[in-house]
Design a protein around this ligand. Structure first.
Ligand SMILES: [Zn+2]
Length: 343
């Protein structure tokens, strides 16, 4: 797959709506800033705020568009209607959305809608429910994938505890054992790192480079200490509309895949070099692709104002994974992590 910068260049050259006059100050500074988040990033598996077992030297890579190379396994969660795909890929490439004579030009807040979609992805007035439905659809897909690799997880209101002294709570609980026997509570947040109210005359929007980190800090401040008191480890699940996962989210997926192969190691086998390592990387790639494609779909749905996502998640006991390829990659579990316990 060509680098995203090359694709953007090509599309700009041939896109009927693209005008170089729309680029700020010749386009270079903005361009490099705008695509920097889509470059391949690497982080250490061991680090961040997750109390992971020490000694894991694995480097976790994420190339935001690489989910396109992952064969979809779940017809429910991994597939992408063509119309939404076109919206999403235009967004990622930074080119104007395809012309639609029937599309509104004004938002419900009376602000003019830009042809790039930034206002639609940030305004509270623009089909508010699409943001909520998209958020929930992403969560469901994560739960489906986690359960598929043997990790109990649920968003059920009775099983995700609130803080002791308030009704505040996260979104999802993962039944995995960390050091100190803590379970993990996650709270999903999808953020669009471009200002939807661009200043000046450019419709390109203003790149907000610190959006993900600020969201991470805000979520941590809200939940971490309160959950720590209940021996629950809190992880903000921050992901951008461009499919970039925050480092701790990425590490969490890696830890989830570790659970799935916990019993697959032979005595003396080295974690990184063991025959299961390839499996683990594949499961990790599938997990990451699952999150990225769901976020992509939810961003496109938000743009288009679609909000119909029927819920398919059942209780832990009767859950049927939607992607059978997970079980083919996953060795039989001797100690499958069971359904999330009642709390
Ligand atoms: Zn608006």
């Amino acid at each position: 797959m060509p680098a995203q910068r090359v694709l953007t260049g090509n599309v700009r050259e041939h896109h009927e709506l693209w005008q170089s006059s729309l680029a700020t100050a010749g386009g270079t500074a903005y361009d490099s800033e705008r695509v920097s988040h889509l470059s391949r990033t690497k982080i250490k598996a061991n680090g961040g705020t997750l109390p992971t077992p020490g000694g894991d030297k694995t480097e976790l890579a994420q190339n935001p568009l690489s989910w396109i190379l992952t064969v979809p396994g779940s017809p429910v969660y991994d597939t992408f209607p063509r119309s939404l795909f076109i919206i999403y890929i235009s967004l990622v490439l930074g080119v104007p959305q395809p012309k639609d004579d029937h599309a509104p030009t004004l938002c419900h807040c009376q602000y003019s809608l830009d042809t790039y979609g930034h206002h639609r992805l940030t305004c509270q007035s623009w089909y508010r429910t699409t943001a909520i439905k998209g958020h929930d659809a992403v969560l469901e897909g994560i739960i489906d994938a986690a359960r598929s690799i043997g990790v109990g997880s649920t968003t059920h209101s009775r099983q995700v505890p609130t803080h002791h002294h308030s009704k505040k709570k996260g979104d999802v609980i993962f039944d995995i054992k960390l050091k100190s026997d803590m379970r993990i509570i996650g709270d999903l947040s999808i953020c669009h790192p471009v200002s939807g109210r661009p200043s000046g005359v450019t419709p390109l929007g203003t790149w907000m480079g610190t959006t993900m980190q600020s969201r991470f800090s805000a979520k941590s401040k809200k939940h971490r200490a309160a959950y720590e008191a209940q021996l629950l480890h809190f992880v903000p699940l921050i992901v951008s509309t461009f499919g970039v996962l925050h480092e701790d989210f990425l590490r969490l997926l890696w830890i989830l895949t570790s659970e799935s192969r916990g019993s697959g190691l032979a005595v003396g086998e080295v974690r990184e070099a063991g025959p299961g390592a390839g499996h683990r990387q594949m499961l990790f790639a599938k997990m990451r692709a699952r999150v990225a494609v769901l976020v992509a779909k939810s961003a496109a749905m938000r743009f288009a104002g679609y909000s119909v996502v029927p819920s398919r998640i059942q209780s832990c006991h009767s859950h049927i994974p939607t992607d059978l390829m997970f079980s083919q990659l996953n060795p039989p579990l001797e100690n499958a992590i069971g359904p999330v316990r009642e709390v």
